[in-house]
Write a protein that binds this ligand. Structure first.
Ligand code: COA
Length: 328
């Protein structure tokens, strides 16, 4: 079916905080080693948000770059969607705080789909634009994972980092850059990856703080196995929906949680290593920020060239997963 409006990707932008925490820094904090982290995850370093920064500041920097590159007037933005699980406050939405920082009058809300948040956001942006509800969307994926990380838990603290990425999408009658999006979720796995306290099921008390329940809890091994299966499945479904073929895909940009997951997904899909974008060594897992930052870096480094068809895929808490086929 032809839509009256298709979705054009005008530009992307990203921002990571300056402070770098290396594996050798972590060796001084918990019982771990650079060798273990490198071999088991592929991560060498990650970025840590500055003391005076919040997620809305990272989102603001990434958005500014995307808006500048898109050459639109900032007031053209009709709606701001921020995908995050580590917003400035439980409410209001970080998107509203970002709206104020940008000084515009757009509709604004957050979405919570953990590491799949950016792909979920793409689907929402696509639906809004194709339906004619909104013309220009600012979509942000951003996280401050290091403020919900237990720095005494070696099972999780070596994995995460902070950052934000942004994309400006606009209705177009002639160009179609978001070819397909496929999403999935399975709430029977909520126990595998979560932050138990601070919601209304377990409000903050002295006990929840003492018991470190305001930090990420994860069953890494189980999450690993499901991530490989579901990301590969999502990539195949998105490809099918796009009407493209395997050989049309110039680059795959998977969620960057663990190099071994990325390699296993590549193997499952039968994709050559050279066609898979990797930056996990620099940033670790930045949850909803990961895929959009990787996409922005792939474009600015030339790994993804103008006109390329690419697949982005993600997986995260919920459990949630998704993939999208995009024309760059
Ligand atoms: N340094 C040293 N040893 C560590 C360690 C660390 N940072 N973290 C865990 N270990 C230990 C464990 O305690 C365990 O020791 P034990 O056998 O004595 O109990 C051992 O290393 C191996 O643990 P295991 O669970 O087998 O490791 P793994 O190969 O599964 O790797 C993860 C662990 C977390 C890296 C991996 O499971 C993973 O990446 N999972 C997916 C996580 C993810 O992607 N989450 C986000 C989804 S978006």
């Amino acid at each position: 079916m032809m839509n009256k409006f298709n979705v054009k990707i005008l530009a992307t932008g990203s921002y990571v905080p300056e402070k770098i925490l290396t594996n050798s820094d972590l060796e001084k904090m918990v019982d771990t080693s650079d060798q273990w982290i490198t071999e088991r995850t592929g991560i060498k370093e990650r970025r840590i948000i500055g003391k005076n920064q919040n997620l809305s500041d990272l989102a603001f920097e990434a958005s500014k770059k995307a808006i500048e590159k898109s050459k639109i007037s900032i007031n053209d933005i009709d709606i701001i969607i921020v995908a995050t699980i580590s917003g400035d406050m439980p409410f209001p939405a970080t998107a509203c705080i970002l709206q104020k920082k940008l000084g515009i009058n757009a509709v604004a809300f957050d979405i919570s789909a953990a590491c799949s948040g950016f792909i979920y956001g793409l689907s929402i942006a696509k639906s809004f634009i194709e339906s004619g509800a909104y013309k220009t969307v600012l979509l942000v994926g951003g996280e401050v994972m290091t403020r919900i990380t237990d720095w005494t838990d070696r099972n999780t603290c070596v994995l995460f980092g902070d950052g934000a990425g942004a994309m400006v999408l606009q209705a177009s009658e002639t160009e179609k850059d978001v070819l397909s999006v496929h999403l999935g979720a399975d709430g029977t796995y909520t126990n595998l990856l979560n932050m138990p306290a601070g919601g209304t099921a377990m409000p903050t008390t002295h006990e929840t703080v003492e018991n470190k329940l305001h930090y990420i809890k994860m069953s890494g091994k189980e999450v690993f196995k499901i991530a490989v299966v579901k990301m590969a499945e999502a990539a195949r479904k998105a490809l099918e929906l796009s009407g493209k073929k395997d050989e049309d895909i110039a680059l795959y940009i998977p969620h960057q949680a663990n190099l071994r997951i990325i390699e296993a997904v590549g193997k499952k899909l039968g994709v050559a290593k050279e066609k898979i974008y990797v930056n996990v060594h620099k940033y670790g897992n930045m949850s909803a920020a990961t895929t959009i930052i990787a996409l922005d870096e792939a474009i600015s480094s030339g790994a993804a060239k103008k006109g390329d068809i690419i697949t982005v895929m993600a997986f995260g808490g919920g459990l949630t997963w998704g993939a999208a086929v995009l024309k760059i």
